[in-house]
Design a protein around this ligand. Structure first.
Ligand code: GAR
Length: 215
């Protein structure tokens, strides 16, 4: 049965096909990235910049878990990484104020939530209107929130994917910039399905950043 599916994930559907457009902004975009864990999406953005495929620079990475691998990745690229541990803040607003302050210090003009696993508040959204993007491992508006990949498996959908969207206060909502679809294979586990989705995340996140830069 699986011979009908693009099991390597490389031939999945991405729409809109913004890679066909001229996406290189005149001035390098100054990015602030937020990550909570592994940081593979942070890594592909850093690599796209290094390879000259994205005219941008990462000003700073903010991470909230001391053990986040994303911080190690930043150091390997010689990039600044600032730990803002959510456990040090009594209210979500206080953490978000610290995030805004840090991004201002580093002169950030576009914020990328690349696996940021905290709910954000209006404090952050108002500081960067329409300049914060989020990546989520489902075809929104399906399967918002945590365990999106598990939710898709439990629902029995045959196609799922990932979404990059502009951030709004309601979790995992906001204008959609780009989506990629992948098949759910009969013997998928959350790990195998997430791995297939991540191949696509790594394609659409740099494209979405470039498309915003070109606006
Ligand atoms: C990604 O799959 C991203 O879509 C998801 O976290 C993962 C981070 O991976 N984000 C969310 O679920 C946000 N609601 P990474 O740390 O390897 O980039």
């Amino acid at each position: 049965m699986s011979q009908y599916y693009p099991i390597d994930g490389t031939s999945s559907l991405i729409y809109p096909d913004i890679s066909a457009q001229n996406l290189q902004p005149m001035k390098p975009l100054k990015l602030g990235v937020m990550a909570s864990g592994n940081g593979s999406n942070f890594e592909v953005v850093a690599q796209a910049i290094q390879a000259g495929k994205l005219n941008a620079q990462i000003q700073v990475l903010i991470y909230n878990n001391p053990s986040a691998k994303a911080a190690e990745r930043a150091k390997n690229h010689g990039l600044e990484a600032v730990l803002l541990n959510h456990r040090d803040y009594k209210k979500r607003e206080n953490l978000d104020r610290a995030i805004v302050k840090t991004f201002r210090q580093y002169d950030v003009d576009l914020v990328i939530m690349a696996g940021w696993m905290r709910i954000v508040t209006q404090e952050l959204i108002d500081a960067f209107p329409d300049r914060i993007i989020n990546i989520h491992p489902s075809l929104l508006p399906s399967f918002k929130g945590v365990r999106a990949v598990e939710q898709a498996l439990e629902a029995g959908v045959k196609i799922t994917g990932c979404t990059v969207h502009l951030l709004r206060l309601e979790m995992d909502s906001g204008p959609i910039l780009i989506q990629a679809a992948v098949p759910v294979l009969p013997d998928d586990t959350a790990e195998t399905l997430h791995a297939r989705i991540q191949i696509q995340e790594h394609r659409i996140l740099p494209l979405a950043i470039a498309s915003l830069a070109a606006r």
